[in-house]
Design a protein around this ligand. Sequence first.
Ligand code: C2E
Ligand code: CA
Ligand code: CA
Length: 474
Amino acid sequence: PQTWPHSGNTQGGGSGNGATYYGTARDVTERKEAEAFINFQAYHDLLTRLPNRALFKDRLELAITHANRGGQKLAVMFLDLDRFKVINDTLGHAMGDRLLQAVTHRLEKCLRKGDTLSRFGGDEFTLLLPSIHNHEDARQIAKKLIDALRAPFQLGDHEVFVGVSIGIAIFPEAGETMDQLIQNADIAMYHVKGKGKDGYRFYSDSMSIDTANRLNLERDLRQALERDELRVFYQPQVCSTTNRVVGLEALVRWQHPERGLLYPRDFLPLAEETKLIGLLSERVLDQACQDVGRWIREGHTHLRLAVNLSPIQVEHPRFVETLMQQVKAHNFPAGNLEIEITENVIMNDLEQISQKLRELAALGVRIAIDDFGTGYSSLNYLHRLPIHTLKVDQSFVKAIRSGDDGACIVNAIVAMAHGLKLEIVAEGVETDEQLDYLRSLGCHQVQGFFYGPARPAAEISRTLGSTRAKAASF
Ligand code: C2E
Ligand code: CA
Ligand code: CA
């Protein structure tokens, strides 16, 4: 017979017999195309043309069977774009769609044949790496994905930055079933968000509590807020030359009715995930303003209150307003407040965040960079932003041991802080040796078990009381 045309659109009708054949052929082609389209649609996301959730699960199921048979590993990654919602809300959905397409394009370039990237929903993607040898393989890909989104995206006249938070679950240790792997990758992803985003984490058992426990914990956490079970503990920041308390860092605790005193790592990730973090932070700040405000009025006029802020809070469009309203409601002097944020929070959205920080600084609020030296950062921002304090991360302080090269980093950070005329607080100071070393560098503000852990307000009150006579010279 004759060769049938591929597409009905590209050729006109013929005549005689040919036309009949042609007509039939077109019907068949169109039906086949329609079928193909319906099939495609059932298993793909039309915007990005990526496999959808259903197809991803199919492929994962298959990959697990294979891996099981061959005793191999595989990796599931959960990717959530940082700041997508803000861009979508401000530039509109059409731009949001274009951004998702552009992001997809860049992510796909990092993958090998056989990997499955899927759009899981909204700004969430999942990735299956069906054959990896070890964690390192997955780590390499995660880094590549993060790097791929680093450069700005051009959307019409707008240049926007998106980051990505990646949680990784490795089969079989992080889960043996499809649902476990996806859920655990999701949990690991929330740990990245909690730490300032734009990074990756491997799932580990300590991150979580199984699903049942998780639901209980979420319900408990809601109740904790209603029943006022959250406590604020304070860890002194001490000047090592005078041994005086110069500041207090507020650290949240949860007095759980059955499980006892819980630490942030046990419940903060869940609070972030369930958006209870906003409410939680509000409580912490209220309590801290009350306690520290009282000590300030009692004569410790220079006492500084340091509070930790979640990235979710800082990103909120009305962050500055909300924070200041709360501080004013307690008549708390803005100059005694220091907020702690991580480098990642800043780097994620340099433009927006610097605007907010400038507003706060103009109102007298001090800004500290927490865990300094551990994040992804450009030192470039340091002198362009109104930053007052660098908090040297505990890991660098730990490295201070006689003859250990690790101490070099502390030297460098302290030297830099001095050069930039920033204050510096060393965290996690536990030993005499560390204290002496820091002193010798000229780093005099320290915080750590050497001077004591975070303690309840009543105990802090007693410590402060005994130094009240000298309070004026704090
Ligand atoms: P962070 O801001 O880096 O706080 C320091 C952590 O190190 C605290 O743990 C503190 O108890 C602990 N630490 C202090 N001195 C030493 C020491 O000498 N040695 C050792 N090994 N550890 C020391 P914590 O209280 O469990 O808090 C963990 C993290 O949770 C904090 O890290 C902070 O990022 C977050 N966090 C705590 N409270 C809040 C809060 O109210 N809001 C928000 N958003 N985050 C909070
Ligand atoms: Ca802190
Ligand atoms: Ca810290």
